[in-house]
Design a protein around this ligand. Structure first.
Ligand SMILES: [Zn+2]
Length: 64
């Protein structure tokens, strides 16, 4: 049985988080869109190798 415990609002939020965590982000050092989520809160630039510890599911804009 599919639970009705969580409404559509929560599902939409989860979808947004899933989308955010698979997105690429701009690197503050080399300015390339090469930052990908490594694991929870760990973000790494594939271009210059910069590793950032930040939010678990998205990169806060304060770094950029
Ligand atoms: Zn970089």
């Amino acid at each position: 049985m599919r639970t009705a415990k969580y409404g559509v609002g929560v599902r939409k939020r989860i979808d947004a988080i899933k989308q955010q965590r698979s997105e690429k982000y701009a690197c503050p050092r080399c300015k390339k869109l090469s930052i990908r989520r490594q694991s929870s809160g760990i973000w790494k630039c594939k271009h210059c190798g910069l590793v950032i510890a930040d939010n678990a599911y998205n990169l806060s804009s304060k770094v950029i």
